[in-house]
Write a protein that binds this ligand. Structure first.
Ligand SMILES: Cc1cc2nc3c(=O)[nH]c(=O)nc-3n(C[C@H](O)[C@H](O)[C@H](O)COP(=O)(O)O)c2cc1C
Length: 314
């Protein structure tokens, strides 16, 4: 294959941070722990494989401060930095020990979740993370607050879009000051969901930017064409990440060359082959261990609550 891969390897400056290239490892639950040798090796190995940014898997905010501390997270951050990547982490809204919909979260619990987010971001900053990402995507709690179908509240957190955005914006306002000048603030959002589409998502995205967002992570971002769902968010003044089967190099390049996003996230492709970025940079396409989308040992293992693996590993 003779293709010009240089667009994937252009650095990008965001605030004080220099992203060495445009390749992002998106958050993926691997169930190896974050403070265990297995977890640290997993993420360190991916950093050594050449990604620009590692976004560590969805982690419940109530785990920080008690189970997860700046001290015990530092080896993870160090391993990612030593591998040559920036380290971010996705922050998952605690669901208060039970499965809840927005209507079941009472006012004091809203404050509790926001407080957990603030504290978690503080721990992440102290641990040396370069970024934190509230998880607002994929039909989980923050996404449900935004959805007019899933959010049945009748107070100022439900109803009109201004109200349905309030939960996410409260979290952004709480997290932003904890980031200081050095840590970047990401947000993962699903652009088309239950009862809303791109138009409503653009309203949210603009408010997120006003609240201090540094990078918008759109997922899913590809439907008919790679990155087509990320493209509408491109001109809001912050870089945009696109995802979905961008381990196919032509697809990743199309996203960047057509200007549909600024960064490309490679998920399952990086589970199959952590060295995907280096191999692409060096033109060793034949050596890439390809994801075949069987989902058997990645999503499949998640369902069984065991560490994820890949059917394509030798
Ligand atoms: C095993 C596994 C775990 C995942 N865990 C998360 C997660 O913690 N948070 C999240 O936002 N997305 C999660 N995802 C979705 C990925 O971040 C990504 O959006 C998805 O895999 C599509 O990208 P791909 O086609 O490159 O694999 C997960 C995906 C997989 C395969």
């Amino acid at each position: 294959m003779s293709v010009d891969v240089t667009p994937l390897f252009r650095p990008l400056k965001i605030k004080e941070k220099e992203l060495p290239n445009r390749i992002v490892m998106p958050p993926m639950l691997v169930l190896r722990g974050l403070t265990t040798p297995g977890g640290v090796d997993w993420y360190g190995g991916h950093a050594r494989g050449g990604v620009g940014v590692v976004i560590v898997e969805a982690t419940a905010v109530n785990r920080f401060g008690s189970e997860l501390t700046a001290e015990n997270l530092k080896p993870l951050v160090d391993a990612i930095h030593e591998g040559g990547a920036l380290a971010a982490i996705q922050l998952f809204p605690v669901t208060l020990g039970r499965s809840v919909s927005p209507a079941e979260v009472d006012r004091s619990e809203i404050e509790e979740i926001v407080t957990y987010y603030r504290a978690a971001a503080g721990v992440c900053a102290d641990a040396g993370f370069d970024g934190v990402e509230p998880h607002g995507a994929h039909g989980f709690l923050l996404n449900q607050f935004f959805s007019p179908v899933q959010n049945k509240r009748t107070d100022e957190f439900g109803g009109e879009i201004e109200n349905r955005m309030r939960m996410s914006l409260k979290i952004m306002e709480a997290v932003r000051p904890m980031c200081g000048p050095d840590m970047v603030l990401l947000y993962r959002h699903t652009p088309v969901g239950q009862g809303y589409g791109i138009e409503e998502s653009l309203i949210l995205a603009k408010e997120l930017v006003k609240a201090g967002l540094d990078i918008l992570d759109i997922s899913p971002a590809s439907t008919e064409r790679p990155g087509d769902r990320a493209a509408p968010f491109k001109n809001l003044g912050v870089p945009v990440i696109a995802v979905n089967e961008l381990d196919e190099v032509e697809r990743a390049l199309e996203v960047l060359n057509e200007g549909r996003a600024d960064l490309v996230a490679v998920g399952r492709g990086l589970i199959a082959d952590p060295d995907w970025p280096i191999k692409v940079r060096e033109g060793r396409f034949d050596e890439i261990i390809k994801c075949v989308r069987c989902n058997e040992k990645c999503y499949g293992n998640l369902g069984k609550e065991i560490p994820i693996e890949c059917t394509q590993w030798g």
